[in-house]
Design a binder for this molecule. Structure first.
Ligand code: CTP
Length: 432
């Protein structure tokens, strides 16, 4: 008996899917179809899948052509499946040409021409209302935002606004947007979401105007250093049923959520201390000490809460070479945190949580992480957790925003107003 296997997400089951399953079946006597799990799709950056795993399995079953259905849960599973199920031929579409040649040592690998003019992405885009997205910027750098939004169905980056028309034009041409301008009224027309990336002193006004026009906002943090102004914006957003989101990607990453869960759940005992080191080595785009401080303080706030009893800071200002160093110390009721941040200084980048029964360690670009270690006292084995994600992570933030809009949920639980307010207070203290 000749066994054949093929794989896919099979979202919004369409003719292209049916065709490949039918053609795969013709390569043998027994056909196995691997359907991707939700979590595997999220890991590989496929964020807009519409149908549940059960629905997708059901649709594959309905073809009446499949002898067995399995779930594909991780990268590299194909090798195991081919050996385990004693597969003769792997069939995949021509969009994967060359990608599975390394499996030829185990079975035949056949790439079949895709059915033309149809894909799940196309169907998703036709069926869901597309939300127009605009960017407000001071410079012609997108920080990866334009390319990231391409991975999320239901969003289209329409135009860019800058007070400097030359900057707007350069941005528009560089990222191939539809239009640009320096007239704010015109810019906002028919936009659903705006991403604001500009100097701190301009953010408050832009955010306020967008909210008043009913436009959802993603903005660099903080919105303003004035706590009252931030509260006012949050209140206004609630009144207008508008989402106001801080662009702190870290809190939308799965590894970070899992890391917080483990720290909170007593796996390494009671948390005694947090130790953070951070330098600009790992950032693709220019970062100031303040930008880096936001990430470190967010991590401390998420881990130890909003009620620090005492906070101190030492800043060693930069010289002509732009070196800067800052250390901060936080004392809570029964724990402490230490942060060391360096610009153009070679620091050990890490976030370590020290508990009574062990440690959790995130290394390198820990604010953008897909990996951490849990080391329990007296246990020789290091427990390694990894949750891959694709790109800069911004697409996961956008995806969360779209889910909030779909569910008509206007408040974000990844970073609460209280937490944002507390982070801002710490930043202000550090400004003194
Ligand atoms: N496929 C095909 N012809 C199409 C669409 C898909 O032959 N028009 C094949 C793919 O090459 C793959 C399998 O069907 O081997 C499952 O593809 P999947 O990624 O689930 O479908 P797509 O429509 O490509 O989904 P998306 O647009 O989300 O990438």
């Amino acid at each position: 008996m000749k066994k054949v296997i093929t794989y896919g997400t099979f979202d919004l089951f369409h003719q292209g899917h049916y065709n490949i399953i039918k053609r795969a079946k013709a390569y043998g006597d027994y056909l196995i179809v691997g359907v991707t799990s939700e979590s595997y799709d999220i890991e590989r950056g496929k964020l807009s899948v519409h149908d549940s795993l059960l629905t997708r399995i059901e649709n594959v079953k309905k073809t009446g052509l499949v002898d067995e259905i399995i779930v594909e849960e991780y990268l590299g599973q194909k090798t195991r499946d081919i050996i385990q199920y004693d597969i003769d031929t792997l069939v995949v579409g021509s969009d994967w040409i060359g990608k599975f040649d390394h499996l030829k040592q185990y079975c035949n690998v056949v790439y079949l021409e895709r059915t033309k003019n149809i894909s799940s992405t196309q169907i998703r885009e036709k069926s869901s209302a597309i939300r127009n997205f605009g960017v407000i910027t001071d410079n012609a750098d997108d920080l990866g935002v334009v390319s990231e939004t391409k991975y999320v169905s239901g969003i289209h980056i329409e135009r860019v606004f800058s007070e400097d028309i030359d900057v707007a034009e350069e941005f528009c041409n560089k990222y191939e947007l539809n239009s640009y301008g320096n007239c704010f009224e015109k810019f906002c027309q028919d936009l659903s979401i705006v991403y604001i990336k500009c100097d701190l002193e301009k953010r408050y006004n832009y955010i306020k105007q967008c909210i008043e026009k009913g436009v959802h906002v993603i903005c660099e943090f903080p919105f303003s250093l004035d706590n009252e102004k931030c509260q006012e914006l949050n209140k206004l957003a609630r009144e207008k049923n508008v989402i106001l989101m801080e662009n702190i990607v870290m809190v939308y990453l799965r590894a970070f959520s899992q890391f917080l869960w483990i720290a909170d759940s007593n796996e390494v005992g009671k948390v005694l201390s947090i130790d953070i080191g951070m330098s600009n080595d790992f950032f693709e785009y220019e970062k100031t000490l303040e930008d880096m401080s936001v990430l470190a303080i967010t991590a401390v706030t998420k881990l130890l809460g909003t009620e620090a009893k005492y906070i101190s800071k030492n800043l060693i200002p930069g010289n002509e070479d732009g070196e800067e160093y800052c250390s901060m110390f936080f004392r809570y009721e029964d724990a402490v945190a230490r942060i060391e941040i360096g610009k153009n200084i070679d620091l050990h980048n890490h976030l370590t949580v020290i508990g009574t029964k062990g440690r959790i360690v995130l290394e390198d670009d820990w604010w953008n992480t897909g990996y951490f270690k849990v080391i329990k006292n007296g246990c020789k084995k290091v427990d390694r957790r990894s949750f891959n994600f694709e790109g800069t992570g911004f697409r996961y933030l956008i995806q969360e925003l779209l889910i909030m809009l779909r569910d008509e949920r206007y408040e974000c639980n990844r970073l609460t107003d209280d937490e944002a307010c507390s982070i801002l207070k710490v930043l202000n203290k550090l400004e003194d």
